[in-house]
Write a protein that binds this ligand. Structure first.
Ligand SMILES: [Zn+2]
Ligand SMILES: [Zn+2]
Length: 148
C-alpha cells in the first residue's frame, strides 16, 4: 500500500488525513470532508461517527463490505463562521457496477472547535464506461485495457 493519502491530495497520509484520524481538529470543512473520505476508504467507522454532528449522527454505521472507493474530487468548498459546505464527486465500485456520487455536504463547527459532518444531498449515478473510455478507477488507461 502506498503512503499517499487515500483522499487524493497528493500528500502522504501522515501529513494529510492521519492527524485528523488521530484526533486533531480539521482546519476547514474541506479538510474534514477529505478525512471522512479517507476514513471510508480505510473503513474507519469510529472516525466517521466521531466526525458526525450530534444532531444527525446515526447510532451505528454499517459499511458495505464490497465497496471499493476510486477517488475524490472537491468541486467547491466554503466556510462562513461555524457553517461549512463542500461540494464533491466521488467514484466507487461495487462488484461489476460503477457509481458516481455527487453530493453537497453541510458541516458545522462545534463549541469545541471541531468541524463535523451535518448532512448532505447525495445523488448516485450508475456509470457505464465504454470500452474506449478512460477507466473509472483513475488509472489513466482505457477501460478495456484495465478493469473492463
Ligand atoms: Zn488526505
Ligand atoms: Zn481500471
Amino acid at each position: 500500500m502506498s503512503d499517499l493519502c487515500p483522499c487524493g491530495s497528493g500528500l502522504v497520509y501522515a501529513a494529510c488525513c492521519q492527524p485528523l484520524h488521530l484526533g486533531q481538529p480539521a482546519a476547514t470543512p474541506e479538510a474534514l470532508m477529505r478525512s471522512r473520505y479517507s476514513a471510508f476508504v480505510r473503513e474507519d467507522t469510529a472516525y466517521l461517527l466521531a466526525s458526525w454532528d450530534d444532531s444527525t449522527r446515526p447510532p451505528t454505521l454499517e459499511l458495505a463490505p464490497a465497496t471499493q472507493w476510486l477517488g475524490l474530487q472537491i468541486v467547491h468548498s466554503q466556510a462562513t463562521g461555524d457553517d461549512g459546505e463542500v461540494e464533491f464527486v466521488a467514484r466507487f465500485r461495487e462488484g461489476d457496477e460503477w457509481f458516481r456520487l455527487d453530493e453537497i455536504s453541510g458541516f458545522r463547527r462545534g463549541a469545541d472547535g471541531y468541524w463535523r459532518y451535518l448532512d448532505g444531498n447525495a445523488r448516485f449515478d450508475r456509470l457505464r464506461p465504454g470500452r474506449n473510455d478512460d477507466c473509472p478507477c483513475n488509472s489513466g488507461r482505457k477501460f478495456k485495457k484495465c478493469c473492463g
